[in-house]
Each structure stands twice: as C-alpha cells, then as structure tokens.
Design a protein around this ligand. Structure first.
Ligand code: SF4
Length: 148
C-alpha cells in the first residue's frame, strides 16, 4: 500500500486558485507513482468562493487588499485540512509555495506587491505544528527520498 499525502488541489490541476485557475505541476503529479494523493484546498474548505480577491498575511492575520479580514475562514479551512490529514494518516503534505494558506517557509509579505517574507501560511503552520512535514512543490524529490 502506498503512503498517503495531502496535496494542494491547485497543484494537481484543480481550478481552485483565487483567480479561478490552477497551479498544475507535473513533478507533483508524478508523486502518484509513490504516494496516494489526497487533494485539499484550505481556502475552499474555509467557504471562500472561486474566484475570490487575493489575500495576504499581515501581522499574523489574513487580509484582502480592500481590508476584508479573512482570518477566521483561513483558520477554519486549516482545521478542516488538518482533520483530513490526521484522519487519513497522511505521512506528509505537499503544499503550494508562497500562498497565505499553503506556503511554507516563505509567503507574500502583505503588501500585495509580489514580495516575499519569511513565514508560513495558516494551514502550513497548523500542519507543521501538529507534526506533519510540509514540502513545497520545489522539494518533491526530498519527499520521495524520505517517505517513499
Ligand atoms: Fe491552492 Fe492552497 Fe490556494 Fe487552495 S488554498 S488554491 S490549495 S494554494
């Protein structure tokens, strides 16, 4: 039986990105050879529509450009994602880099100018605090090395 991982649905080609598109990534799709992949989209789980205005993290909270505070929705989506990861006994998560939900290590800096800062998205932070290893799409080779 293959080990299970949760994967950002947009990396698998689901059109759940804020602009209605996706971040389909062939390297991530190839992980299906080694792992059972369970797609998740924390922002959709949080009840946010597609498309939606982009959001970024500022001082630990999530805002859209117009000032809407989406922190509660992002946290709810993160909790749903954690529930699935634990329920399915996932060994790791592959999450979209730089996103305010899924980014791990580096995220957009809250200025809506495409600049990055150190930090984790709301879901990546919750998963990692609960012991689930998070890998961005540029680190899938490391994931294969460690868990397959
Ligand atoms: Fe992709 Fe995560 Fe954003 Fe959903 S919340 S569109 S899975 S980066």
């Amino acid at each position: 039986m293959k080990p299970k991982i949760i994967v950002s649905a947009c990396l698998l080609g689901e059109n759940c990105k804020y602009n209605g598109g996706n971040n389909k990534n062939e390297e991530v799709l190839r992980l299906g050879k080694y792992f059972e992949m369970i797609p998740v989209c924390p922002e959709c789980f949080g009840g946010l529509p597609i498309p939606r205005e982009p959001a970024e993290i500022r001082n630990g909270e999530v805002f859209q450009k117009n000032g809407n505070n989406l922190t509660a929705a992002f946290r709810y989506g993160a909790e749903q994602t954690l529930y699935i990861a634990e329920e399915k006994n996932c060994v790791a998560a592959v999450l979209k880099e730089n996103s305010p939900s899924c980014g791990y290590g580096r995220i957009y800096d809250g200025s809506f100018s495409k600049k990055l800062k150190d930090g984790n998205g709301i879901t990546a932070e919750l998963l990692s605090s609960r012991g689930i290893a998070v890998f961005g799409e540029s680190r899938v080779n490391k994931l294969i090395e460690l868990y397959s």
